[in-house]
Write a new protein. Structure first.
Length: 402
C-alpha cells in the first residue's frame, strides 16, 4: 500500500519500523558478507546473520501478521510495511530466507497445527534454518521425475536418495523434502515431508563449488533416513500439489512473513549510474556515451515497470490469473538483473576481468561476481525457459511445446 494511504495504525507502525531500523542498523562484520543469503559459507556469517534476524523478529519486523499461537505478532496488513521498510533501510538480509519465504507459507496452507506450532517460532527467530530438497541429479526442470524414495515402515518412513543444488544445506537444521512413494504414477506418486538434517540419521551434505569460488549449493544424500509419519505434509501422494504451493512462494506469490531479499534492482541501478559517471574512457566519463546511457535508461523503465507489477500483485482485483504476476516478476526480474550487471561489465571494460581480492578491482570485484551469480536467479526456482512455458501454457492457454 502506498505510504500516503496508511491508516493511523499503519502510519504509527511504519514510524516504529523506521526508527527501530535506524537505531539498530548493525555494523558490518569484519569479513565482508556474501552478496546473497544463499552464498553464506562461514560460521561467523551464520552467527552474525542469525543474531540480526532474531533482533528483527523481536522488533515485529518478521511474522508481523502471523497468528500469535504460531509465534507471530498477530497484526493484520502490517507485514508489507515492515518488509518494505527493511528493504528501504539497506540492512543485512535474513539468513533464514527459505524458512521465511517457503516453509512458513507451505505449512500455513498444508501443515498440521502441531507442525506450525513446533517449527514457526524457531524459523522466525533464525534458531532453526531451513533448506529445500527438491531438485535431483536426474530431476531438475522435470521435477516430477524425482526418484528419492520413501518406503513406509509402520509409523515411520525410510528415505533413500540424493538432492542437488540445495542452497544453505551445509548449515541448515531442517529441509523441505520431496519423495517418491509410488513408482507406478508420476505426479500422484510424490509425497512431501519436513525433515531434520541429522547426520546421525543417514543425512550427509557435500558442498558444490561454483565458478565464482563460492559453495552455497550442496548435494544432500539420504541413506536409510528414518522419518516419523508426523513429519509428512498433507496426504500421501499429494506432494506435487504441496510442492506447487512452495514453488509459488519461491516465485514471489506466497504469504510474506519477512523481507528475505537483499539489495533491489532499484538500488543496483543507482549504483550502476554512479559507476558510469565515475569510470573514465578516453578521458571522459562513460556516462557521456549516449548509446550506453540509452541502454541504462531503458533498464530503468523496465525496473520501474517490474516494481509497479509487484505493487499490483498485492491488490487481488488487479491480478487476474493468480500465477501470472509472480511468474512474470520472477522471469523479468532475474533477467533484468542479469542485463544490469552485463552493462556494468561493459562500463568497466578490461577492468571487469579483475575479481574479488584483486587490489586493483573496482568495488572489490563485486560487479563480475554479481554478474556470474545472476545466472543462479535465471535457473533456480524454474529456469527462464520453464517460466515462459508455464506462462504460455497455463496462463495464456497456448498449446504445449513439443
Amino acid at each position: 500500500m502506498p505510504q500516503g494511504k496508511d491508516t493511523a495504525e499503519q502510519s504509527e507502525f511504519r514510524a516504529h519500523c523506521r526508527s527501530w531500523l535506524e537505531a539498530n542498523k548493525p555494523e558490518l562484520p569484519k569479513l565482508q558478507l556474501p552478496q546473497a543469503a544463499y552464498e553464506v559459507m562461514t560460521d561467523d556469517h551464520v552467527v552474525y546473520l542469525r543474531d540480526w534476524q532474531k533482533k528483527c523478529y523481536e522488533a515485529q519486523l518478521i511474522a508481523t501478521d502471523v497468528d500469535k499461537r504460531y509465534g507471530g505478532h498477530g497484526h493484520s496488513g502490517f507485514q508489507q510495511i515492515a518488509s518494505l521498510e527493511v528493504r528501504r533501510a539497506k540492512v543485512p538480509y535474513f539468513i533464514n530466507w527459505i524458512g521465511l519465504g517457503m516453509t512458513v507459507p507451505t505449512l500455513l496452507a498444508h501443515g498440521t497445527e502441531e507442525q506450525k506450532e513446533r517449527y514457526f517460532p524457531k524459523i522466525f527467530s533464525g534458531e532453526e534454518i531451513w533448506c529445500q530438497g527438491f531438485s535431483e541429479p536426474g530431476a531438475g526442470s522435470d521435477l516430477a521425475s524425482l526418484q528419492t524414495s520413501a518406503i513406509r515402515n509402520g509409523d515411520n518412513w525410510v528415505i533413500n536418495g540424493r538432492k542437488v543444488w540445495t542452497s544453505s544445506a551445509h548449515f541448515a537444521s531442517h529441509i523441505l523434502l520431496l519423495t517418491r512413494t509410488d513408482k507406478t504414477t508420476k505426479h500422484a506418486g510424490i509425497t512431501y515431508f519436513v525433515a531434520a538434517m541429522d547426520t546421525n540419521n543417514g543425512v550427509s551434505v557435500r558442498p558444490i563449488h561454483k565458478l565464482t569460488g563460492e559453495s552455497g549449493f550442496n548435494e544432500v544424500t539420504f541413506d536409510d533416513t528414518v522419518l516419523s509419519d508426523s513429519m509428512r505434509v498433507d496426504e500421501v501422494g499429494n506432494g506435487w500439489k504441496v510442492a506447487m504451493s512452495t514453488l509459488t512462494s519461491e516465485r514471489g506469490a506466497g504469504v510474506g512473513v519477512g523481507a528475505v531479499a537483499g539489495e533491489s534492482s532499484h538500488s543496483h541501478i543507482g549504483q550502476l549510474i554512479d559507476l558510469a559517471k565515475q569510470t573514465k574512457r578516453n578521458g571522459r566519463p562513460v556516462w557521456d556515451d549516449l548509446v550506453l546511457r540509452d541502454r541504462i535508461l531503458k533498464l530503468m523503465v523496465r525496473i520501474e515497470g517490474s516494481g509497479q507489477n509487484t505493487r499490483r500483485a498485492r491488490v487481488r482485483a488487479l491480478t487476474g490469473d493468480p500465477m501470472r504476476l509472480p511468474l512474470q516478476s520472477k522471469l523479468t526480474g532475474t533477467e533484468i538483473g542479469q542485463e544490469l550487471h552485463e552493462v556494468a561489465l561493459s562500463i568497466l571494460g578490461m577492468r571487469s576481468s579483475l575479481y574479488v581480492g584483486d587490489e586493483n578491482a573496482v568495488d572489490d570485484g563485486k560487479w563480475p561476481l554479481a554478474y556470474m551469480n545472476t545466472y543462479t536467479g535465471t535457473i533456480s526456482g524454474g529456469s527462464s525457459e520453464v517460466q515462459r512455458n508455464i506462462l504460455g501454457e497455463r496462463v495464456l492457454g497456448l498449446p504445449k511445446t513439443k
